[in-house]
Design a protein around this ligand. Structure first.
Ligand code: TNX
Length: 511
């Protein structure tokens, strides 16, 4: 009954969303769902492409070539050019001006009406067109999936024409590096894997009760003390500002933007243990925390002078480090009479830094600017007050996208508070974002209370992130789970080459 009510509510919201489509501001760039009206045939299963492209036309023949290609590409195509060079060097394909088969990679203003769109034609050569470097980059990722994962003496590609663009502009993965720290090298690997599936937002949950993972020069103990441990103790760690800058460059090379999160005003014990004065004097504990409880810590909101200079200094350095549209201020799981005021003031600080605010759904209680993003995580949370203001949503409903829940029911070291059934690959794939109003896209959070390192992180994220990629890129009308699994199964060698320690999902025969 609740489900029916929420579907009805969501359909009403959809009508509302359609009415608002013509007046949407910058967030409209994200939402391509109205396009779906032009129903296309379902994806075919003999092309190893995930996410499946918007439009595919097979030509029947094959392009066959030995490992030599001649490459012509437009200037100012550094991102796609780098990706093409890497692809060819991984496959031992040499560039030679006298090679009979040509690769053309060109910027062309008429190639797509979407900044991330591209066209790929394979006939007696390979032609990628887009109106941005990022669009060309996605053309290269499609080519990468059509080619084998390792070098061959001869290559065969199907002749075809693809015209592609994403359904949503926000296609995200969140990694909680606070509960268990993951090194910079892992984040770089993760970025490469995300790019293969055209995911474009990496949300870093940088702080929580158990750890503070980013160096802040004005408050050095945050990282030095607050970063020194993690759940169950031992280890810990943090990223220096130089490392963050390196990560930002690396992400840009893979067409990925980072959404950095400082979780406030709750989930803040690591900072309190470093600087006790940001908590009220009657706070429960001023020690580092290595447990898993949530919802018991807070900045001292009733004494603003303890809080806002701290918040402003931290957000100022964060804005300096991360040159993106959004700063994520957290805002989850806290009861406090001054909560709404905190959200409003934190948003004003973000505005003064020339940025927009992203926050978890509860922040709808504050007076956020309408260009803010809220991240929905409880499937049935009443987000209507925010929708009424035109605030758009990052969709992370826990029963479809929480990867700290099992790949199957009862998987050891996974949570099941959101659903006892686990969050299977099929379940993730079945998510239809249009049941929610005003989506900018979809993001799968990996909370790491029980994720004890890279192997666990991979196991929880792959192959489920491939389903998130298709949910957020491919038109709904073209999605079909059984064809998805048939297209994803043969991509196993690509994931093996990238060293992914994926869960051997039975639906994929990946044993
Ligand atoms: C809820 S989802 C949290 C996290 C936990 C997670 C465990 C959200 C915004 N907060 O702090 O890690 O549940 O599943």
């Amino acid at each position: 009954m609740r489900r029916l009510a929420s579907v009805l509510l969501a359909s009403m919201a959809l009508v509302l969303a359609a009415c608002q489509a013509s007046t949407q501001s910058s967030a409209a760039q994200y939402d391509q769902s109205s396009k779906e009206a032009s129903v296309s045939p379902k994806a075919s299963d003999d092309l190893t492409l995930v996410p499946y492209p918007d439009q595919v036309e097979r030509k029947g023949g094959e392009l066959v070539f030995t490992p030599q290609l001649s490459v012509m590409r437009s200037p100012n195509t550094d991102i796609s050019g780098r990706a093409l060079n890497k692809l060819f060097s991984d496959l031992g394909i040499k560039r030679s001006n006298s090679a009979p088969v040509e690769v053309h990679m060109h910027l062309s203003p008429t190639a797509s009406d979407h900044a991330e769109g591209y066209q790929l034609t394979i006939n007696d050569g390979i032609h990628i067109y887009a109106n941005t470097d990022v669009g060309l980059f996605y053309g290269v990722q499609t080519l990468r999936q059509l080619l084998p994962a390792v070098a061959q003496s001869e290559y065969r590609l199907p002749q075809l024409h693809i015209k592609d663009q994403p359904r949503f502009g926000y296609r995200g993965s969140m990694v909680d590096v606070a509960r268990h720290f993951l090194p910079l090298s892992y984040l770089k690997k993760h970025i490469e894997r995300m790019a293969l599936f055209k995911l474009n937002r990496l949300h870093l949950h940088l702080t929580d009760d158990q750890g503070w993972r980013v160096e802040i020069k004005a408050y050095p103990k945050l990282a030095l003390v607050g970063g020194s441990t993690q759940v169950d103790g031992g280890g810990g760690g943090y990223y220096t500002q130089d490392e963050i800058r390196e990560l930002v460059v690396y992400a840009k090379q893979h067409a990925i933007e980072i959404v950095p999160e400082i979780d406030m005003p709750g989930h803040i014990q690591a900072a309190i243990a470093s600087y006790p004065s940001i908590a009220c004097d009657d706070h429960t504990s001023f020690e580092l925390y290595e447990g898993k409880e949530v919802g018991w810590t807070s900045l001292c909101l009733r004494e603003p002078e303890r809080v806002y200079p701290f918040v402003e200094a931290v957000l100022t350095e964060l804005a300096d480090l991360f040159p993106y549209e959004y700063l994520h201020i957290g805002g989850d799981e806290i009861e406090n009479p001054h909560y709404a005021e905190f959200i409003t003031r934190a948003d004003a600080i973000v505005e003064s830094l020339g940025r927009k605010t992203a926050a978890w759904e509860e922040a709808s209680k504050g007076d956020l600017r309408s260009e803010s993003l809220l991240q929905l995580w409880n499937d049935e949370y009443d987000i209507q007050p925010a929708i009424d203001k035109g605030i758009h949503l990052i969709l992370s409903p826990c029963s479809y996208t929480y990867f700290d829940h099992g790949n199957y029911a009862g998987q050891p070291n996974t949570y099941d508070w959101c659903t006892k059934e686990g969050v299977s690959l099929e379940r993730v794939y079945s998510f239809d974002p249009s049941i929610f109003p005003l989506p900018v896209g979809v993001e799968a959070p990996l909370w790491t209370e029980m994720v004890k390192g890279e192997a666990d992180a991979d196991n929880r994220q792959w192959p489920r992130l491939a389903a998130i990629a298709e949910v957020s890129w491919t038109p709904q009308a073209q999605r079909d789970y059984s064809q998805f699994t048939q297209r994803l199964s043969p991509l196993k060698p690509h994931l093996d080459e990238l060293g992914v320690q994926y869960y051997a999902e039975p639906d994929l025969s990946w044993d």
